[in-house]
Design a protein around this ligand. Structure first.
Ligand SMILES: NC(=O)C1=CN([C@@H]2O[C@H](COP(=O)(O)OP(=O)(O)OC[C@H]3O[C@@H](n4cnc5c(N)ncnc54)[C@H](O)[C@@H]3O)[C@@H](O)[C@H]2O)[C@H](O)CC1
Ligand SMILES: [K+]
Length: 510
């Protein structure tokens, strides 16, 4: 599991009512149990346990484990590389304070503050011939590592590696990149790594000589916390950099509109603005262009005729060159000429793409099947028409409530392509290759026309900001549903797609 997905899952546990403090208690207890087993297995008599702690949750796990190890009769020394005021994680601070509140302690616990490199050089472990057998628990850095190791942390890692203690790393050997498994500077070389919930991707990649024996402990995270999209997923929305200037927060092109439909591209464009796109261009036939350009936020390129056809391909391809992501389809119409154009564009535009509505009825799957930067946003019937009539899924009665067996059937079908597919329903389903997530936000009022256009607009906006197809799709469906829930609170089932669009910015702001 990638570290960011672990963080998302941890946060989403909170929304299930499972606090991160509970998770830390489970993690620390499991850690103590594993260390207890290793101690009994390796040493003939009780040994001293030394816990190095950092300033985040990793250290917090160490504070928790100390309590359980003390109850097993071990002598425990905690070496804090950051004192109490330096502890960033709330849960870790709570667990540190519990140890403080135990004073005057009966337990054989000693807490040392290693504030300087000298403290580290003079600590017992650095002169470890003072006692023969001991276990070091490395609770310095886990999945929250970023950038260059600070000097004191680096020194502590070197002291740990040069000691003769049996080392157990918490979650990730400190200094090892939890995503890539690389060591950019130095890292603890543990005999064991005790990981929680799922092994982090970097641990998997690093190999045994870097992480030692791997133990993965269940800490009570329900599988639903991984699969239901929730506010935790919002951490993937890259923060707008302060020095950003016009256009570098996403330029998008929407290709759509026709004599019959000018609303769909307008709603999609306004939704894209609501999701933070900087510039929204719309390529539409003159029959729709005037109506769309009544929205001053949208930059409309009016093309000759009632419908978009292959003769417009060159012009549109030039517009696509200037965009960061492109949405094909809203309101384009389903005549053959338009179909020809949409297939040309889907094959020639190399920017991240969203195919929605009429593009799903017209574009042939093999044109986009090998691309993983494409998002499809079909409702059940568009799903059927895109993936071919012969799929055996009984879609009409599909009830996402019985998730299991249906998911694998959908995955079978979606596996025909590399892109991400959002299957809209009472519970929306997002699938890309072997990944999937379910969305519970939204309400029955979302069946009103145009909410699909809003979804497509949010999706293309997030793609334009650099999110990958799966993350953009999952966040788009979640945000669209939240905006619909806000619209429902305001107007009951009397809300329309423009009401949904009006709430997008607010739900993202949070
Ligand atoms: N579901 C789970 O897996 C759980 C994991 N838990 C533990 O929490 C940590 C992640 O905690 P977090 O606070 O996000 O980060 P870390 O403790 O890994 O470290 C961040 C801490 O360290 C400082 N820091 C970051 N980079 C550097 C650097 N290059 N040099 C020096 N210091 C650095 C930063 O300031 C932060 O304060 C996870 O690994 C698990 O051990 C939860 O306990 C339970 C659920
Ligand atoms: K660690």
């Amino acid at each position: 599991m990638d570290p960011i997905d672990m963080t998302v899952t941890d946060l989403n546990c909170e929304y299930l009512g499972l606090s991160r403090l509970c998770l830390m208690e489970s993690a620390g207890k499991s850690l103590a149990e594993e260390v207890g087993k290793i101690a009994v297995y390796t040493f003939s008599k009780p040994v001293k346990i030394i816990i190095f702690t950092g300033s985040g949750g990793n250290g917090g796990d160490g504070f928790v484990a100390a309590r359980y190890l003390l109850n097993r009769g071990y002598d425990v020394d905690i070496y804090m590389l950051k004192d109490k005021n330096g502890i960033h994680s709330l849960e870790a601070k709570t667990n540190y304070e519990i140890l403080e509140n135990m004073k005057p302690r009966f337990s054989r616990l000693t807490v040392h503050n290693l504030n300087t490199i000298d403290d580290i050089n003079n600590c017992e472990v650095a002169n470890s011939d003072s006692f023969s057998e001991f276990i070091i628990i490395d609770g310095i850095l886990g999945t929250g590592i970023h950038g260059k190791l600070r000097e004191n942390i680096k020194r502590a890692i070197e002291v740990i590696n040069s000691s003769n203690g049996l080392t157990v790393s918490v979650d990730v050997p400190s200094g090892l990149d939890p995503l890539t498994g690389q060591i950019h500077d130095v890292a603890v070389k543990p005999q064991y790594t005790v990981s929680f919930h799922k092994v982090k991707t970097g641990i998997h990649k690093a190999g045994e000589e870097k992480v030692g024996g791997i133990v993965t402990c269940d800490i009570g995270i329900p599988i639903e916390a991984e699969y239901f999209i929730n506010y935790g997923d919002m951490i993937k929305l890259n923060k707008r950099s302060l020095k950003s200037h016009k256009g570098n927060n996403g330029k998008i092109l929407i290709v759509g509109g026709s004599k019959e439909y000018s609303g769909a591209p307008s709603i999609a464009g306004l939704a894209a603005i609501g999701a933070g796109a900087d510039l929204v261009y719309v390529a539409a036939p003159e029959s729709a262009a005037l109506a769309i350009s009544t929205h001053p936020d949208l930059i409309v390129n009016s093309l000759k005729g009632d419908y978009l056809t292959a003769e417009h391909a060159e012009d549109i391809l030039m517009m696509a060159d200037k965009a960061d992501a492109v949405l094909l389809g809203p309101g384009a119409g389903i005549n053959d000429e338009t179909g020809k154009l949409l297939n040309i564009l889907a094959s020639k535009i190399k920017k991240p793409l969203v195919l929605d509505a009429d593009a799903l009825k017209q574009v042939k799957p093999q044109i986009i099947k090998n691309r993983d930067d494409v998002i499809l946003t079909p409702h059940i019937f568009e799903f059927k028409s895109f993936f071919g009539k012969d799929i055996k899924l009984d879609l009409d009665s599909y009830d996402f409530a019985e998730v299991d067996e249906n998911i694998s059937e959908f995955q079978q079908v979606v596996r025909q392509i590399n892109g991400a597919v959002v299957v809209k329903g009472a519970i929306d389903l997002v699938i890309q290759k072997n990944k999937f997530k379910l969305n519970k936000s939204g309400n029955p009022g979302m069946t009103v026309g145009g909410t699909g256009d809003a979804l497509a607009g949010i999706a293309v906006s997030l793609l334009s900001k650099g999110l990958n197809a799966f993350d953009a799709a999952t966040l788009a469906i979640f945000i669209n549903g939240l905006a619909g829930d806000e619209a429902y609170l305001e107007k009951g089932y009397g809300f329309g797609a423009t009401d949904v669009v009006a709430h997008i910015g607010k739900v993202i702001k949070g």
